[in-house]
Design a protein around this ligand. Structure first.
Ligand SMILES: [Zn+2]
Ligand SMILES: [Zn+2]
Length: 283
């Protein structure tokens, strides 16, 4: 699953893998306690998915580089676990940083939503002042070239809406489908169509099938749904993501073992993990 191919040119790193709320308790640290943040590093540019608490460490790493890359940050949606790290993202306060933020909202709406969590009495620094150098763009039901990649956005099924992304470098594709509840026929069909033939699927697997019995309508799926989507869309590698705060390392190990009996090329997202997609032999 985690084979590293030094010739590969598309990789994804998991900076935060937890859903709902950070859970930095010792029993969870094998997989990690930070909330959602993924990154596809292109060297002179980086594409980041979501700004959960995991983005803080990423920001520190970016600021330690000799030169900051151009930063493209895409939001799936605006629940706390996907935005709460932004006030602690060091490049936001770096005078030379070039930062472009994307979501399904028009630019001014996106700006005002993010400003809402950095305003008195919640935070001492005003987002509107520190974001003068930040650009805001809309990506909704559309495909845009971003950081040398092709990024396609599509709606998922989640309370107050969430957006998935298919990201391609021309040779490989990664589909991010987090904060998605399986079972809505229209949304499932859309996901199946968009995701078809991708190389890697990162999927919301917050609940066990048993837990889900009492969580209908909460906006999340199970490892079993993740396996179904991977089979249906013919995606060879699966990453279970958005781990429940109550799932410690032993629980996630058990979930993973169960999922692998049905879909061997499955892994559980782990903080610090990088997956590189193999370059085809002919390339
Ligand atoms: Zn979430
Ligand atoms: Zn959510």
């Amino acid at each position: 699953m985690t084979q590293v191919d030094s010739n590969s040119n598309l990789s994804i790193t998991f900076w935060g893998v937890r859903g709902s709320i950070p859970t930095p308790v010792s029993a969870n640290l094998g997989y990690g306690g930070n909330t959602a943040c993924l990154a596809i590093d292109r060297g002179d540019a980086i594409l980041i998915l979501d700004a959960g608490s995991g983005i803080r460490t990423l920001g520190v790493e970016l600021c330690a580089r000799p030169a900051l890359p151009e930063i493209h940050l895409l939001f799936t949606h605006f629940h706390w676990d996907h935005i709460q790290g932004l006030p602690f993202f060091a490049p936001l306060f770096h005078p030379e940083a070039r930062i472009i933020l994307y979501s399904f909202h028009p630019p001014e709406k996106l700006r005002s939503i993010l400003a809402g969590q950095m305003v008195a009495p919640y935070f001492p620094i005003d987002f509107l002042q520190v974001s003068q150098h930040v650009e805001f763009r809309q990506i909704e039901h559309s495909t845009l070239p971003i950081a040398g990649l092709t990024v396609q956005s599509f709606d998922l099924h989640h309370p107050q809406r969430s957006q998935g992304y298919r990201i391609s470098d021309g040779a490989h594709s990664i589909v991010i489908a987090t904060d998605h509840e399986h079972g809505d026929p229209e949304a499932d069909a859309r996901l199946n169509t968009v995701a078809r033939g991708a190389d890697l699927l990162v999927y919301d697997a917050q609940y066990t099938p048993l837990e889900y019995e009492k969580r209908h309508g909460w906006g999340h799926s199970t490892w079993r749904d993740a396996v179904s989507v991977a089979f249906e869309a013919q995606i060879p590698q699966l990453v279970l993501f958005h781990h429940d705060p109550a799932h410690d390392d032993a629980t996630l190990d058990a979930i993973l073992a169960e999922a692998q009996t049905q879909f061997p090329l499955t892994c559980c997202a782990r903080e610090g993990m990088t997956l590189r997609l193999e370059t085809p032999a002919s390339a």
